[in-house]
Design a protein around this ligand. Sequence first.
Ligand code: ADP
Ligand code: MG
Length: 245
Amino acid sequence: MTINQAAESADPEQGGPAHLVLVHDVSKFYDTGAERVHALREVSFDVSRGELVAVVGRSGSGKTTLLSILAGLERPTSGQVWFDGLELTDLSREGLRTLRRERMALVFQSFALLPMLTAAENVGVPMRLARRPAGFREQRARDLLRLVGLEGRTHLRPQELSGGEQQRVAIARGLANNASLLLADEPTGQLDAATGAQIMMLLRKIVHAEGMTGIVATHDKALIDLADRVLTLHSGVLSEERVAA
Ligand code: ADP
Ligand code: MG
């Protein structure tokens, strides 16, 4: 099967291609003054619907670059990426922004919450951008904050919440618009081990419960154990280790 057939082969059960994400021969170079940095080298893999994939590798191995390309925040130097049958390199910047807003949940190490807004208002931000009415936003924010275990804390601002609670708010915000792909870049990097393990279990639960697909860059043993698959980056080269069943 050619790569195009793979990208387009519709799965009648799912109403789309069998793979949610397909990465083919992606390389990314950065030219910085005298040097060319090879952040990714001919990376290929696919992710099926419902999978939770961990991307591991030491600092500088290309994890953030890979997630940025999957999110359409960066373009590959060469190679192709499909998301649900759409080739990202065919989309305009505005098309990518819309795709990100409507189909992807992005979670970062830094949480990136707005400090002046309450937990519920932060969760409501993507729904505001999607012009959802206030009543709908409030109800959904309450439901999502309950899902991440923060019922009763919806009215608090980020600085009144612990790091783990802030990350839960960020995850709830990512879920607000029914994303199909969760992309998380070292989401437990600023948390202690026990809190990090709870966040990873939450991500695992959400991917299952919400029928999502997850790709998470992490050093965290807790997620590596919970993931369906582990992809390893070494200086931009990807290899796959099957998780023992
Ligand atoms: P990781 O997330 O695994 O730490 P990154 O994807 O951030 O790795 O970085 C991979 C390599 O690409 C590193 O050598 C990094 O310095 C380089 N790099 C990343 N972004 C840029 C950029 N915007 N300009 C130049 N080099 C970059
Ligand atoms: Mg990184």
